[in-house]
Design a protein around this ligand. Structure first.
Ligand code: ADP
Length: 421
């Protein structure tokens, strides 16, 4: 295994896993620290998804070290600590404390911190983070409910979170290319810095950083800075790693879409799927609350539908309807009723012969993956930006596409299946 990654949240982990897979590494994502029996031997990269962004620093350290140890035991050569490209953290942490702990664990003198992801509008210039051209502290991140970011100077932000000395490698040194950047890292290390914020304004900068830092025992950053690593490994090890083929092996079985997202993209996808003739069952939270409909109703419907081809179960509704429902049931309660029902339906899907599953919605995906007791996912080809096909590992054999609500084109629910073999 070339790279073992510890990610501080689930969707951030998928983001990184997809980046590595797209660049040619065979990548597995685990939900939490991998279980001892899980076979990771075929992977070039493993991404452990934690939920550690806003928990107390001591707990974040314990969980991150446990993940790092299991990755090292599974053969990881280098480690990567993944956080958000908006550097989401508080003055207590957890980026600083976890980086400190992982530096000590790897015994390395220097690491870098780079949240830049220019393709998504995140750039770092002279240590200041910009979000779509706006300094971080003026972006909507200033009002984030959990991690308000009120300082765009990342050297200052990180220095408040750690006793270790934080330095800066500005873009001129990155622009000078991989060899010059390696010398700059040595200079920073000699100056006594243990973590350096690294500027990046373009993908070329990210690839330069990848080449210069490929041998660092620990790298920290957003998924952008991982972009250059696979190419660097290929160069270092003269490896011929294939870019993932467009097709994807999936277990034989029936296909289903579970949509619990009410986001615009999902609403259009549901409408397009119904127009195209996909059999669809709507589950309305009011009916669920009154028990006019239960998970069993949906399971009976699925059992009766023996026709080949995908089927759709959805709670997706327009904003006015969602508001009306929330005013009657309460926001959290309405969400929970739907999530619990979709989870209960999901639990019975393998028994009914469903092995190919698309889930729409971030929270919904979490609930479904838990219900199916999925421990890990191998990352396959990208269906639409940010959404790969994945295959479950270590439990029931499933092909899963977990779609964040607003991702994917209108025909997502129609075209995704054509990639499966
Ligand atoms: P997204 O990725 O679009 O944000 P999520 O699954 O993360 O989707 O969140 C959608 C939330 O809305 C879930 O908690 C889901 O249970 C809830 N929900 C789904 N359908 C309805 C509905 N018709 N009325 C109210 N809440 C709903």
């Amino acid at each position: 295994m070339k790279l073992g990654c510890v990610a501080d949240d689930l969707t951030g982990a998928t983001d990184l896993a997809l980046m590595l897979a797209r660049e040619g590494l065979r990548t597995i994502q685990t939900i939490g620290v991998p279980h001892a029996g899980l076979d990771l031997s075929g992977a070039d990269a493993v991404v452990v998804a934690l939920k550690s962004r806003t928990i107390p620093p001591q707990q974040a350290i314990v969980q991150s070290l446990a993940a790092a140890k299991s990755l090292k035991n599974a053969g990881a050569r280098n480690l990567f600590f993944k956080y958000c490209s908006t550097f989401d953290s508080t003055d207590e942490g957890n980026i600083g404390p976890v980086t400190e702990a992982l530096l000590a664990f790897t015994g390395s003198a220097l690491t870098l911190a780079c949240p830049a992801f220019p393709a998504n509008g995140r750039t770092v210039y002279k240590g200041h983070l910009f979000v779509n051209g706006v300094p971080l502290h003026e972006s909507s991140m200033k009002d984030h409910p959990l991690t308000p970011m009120r300082d765009s100077n990342l050297v200052r932000v990180l220095q408040r979170q750690t006793k270790l000395s934080v330095g800066l490698v500005a873009f001129e040194d990155v622009d000078a290319g991989p060899d010059a950047l390696r010398s700059t890292f040595k200079r920073e290390e000699a100056a006594g810095h243990r973590i350096v914020i690294v500027d990046a304004l373009s993908d070329t900068h990210l690839r330069t950083i990848g080449l210069a830092a490929a041998d660092f025992p620990l790298i920290t950053g957003g998924s952008g800075v991982a972009m250059g690593l696979p190419a660097a490994y290929r160069q270092r090890e003269a490896l011929a790693m294939d870019i993932l083929p467009a097709g994807f092996e999936a277990p034989e079985g029936r296909s289903i879409i579970l949509a619990g997202s009410c986001s615009n993209a999902t609403r259009q996808q549901v409408e397009t799927a119904i127009k195209a003739g996909i059999p669809a069952l709507r589950i309305d939270p009011m009916d669920l609350a009154s028990r006019a409909i239960t998970a069993q109703t949906a399971l009976d419907w699925l059992t009766a539908k023996q026709k080949q081809g995908p089927v759709l179960i959805y709670s997706t509704a327009a904003p006015e309807e969602v508001q009306a429902i929330q005013s009657k049931l309460g926001r959290m309660n309405a969400g929970e009723i739907v999530e619990n029902t979709l989870a209960e339906i999901a639990r019975s899907l393998p028994t009914l012969g469903f092995t190919r599953i698309i889930v729409a919605g971030g929270e919904t995906s979490g609930a479904v993956v838990n219900a199916l007791e999925v421990q890990a996912l191998s990352i396959g080809p990208e269906i639409d930006p940010g959404v790969p096909w994945t295959r479950s590992l270590g439990g029931v054999d499933l092909a899963l596409a977990l779609k964040s609500g607003n991702f994917g084109g209108q025909d997502f629910f129609l075209k995704a299946w054509t990639m499966l073999r």
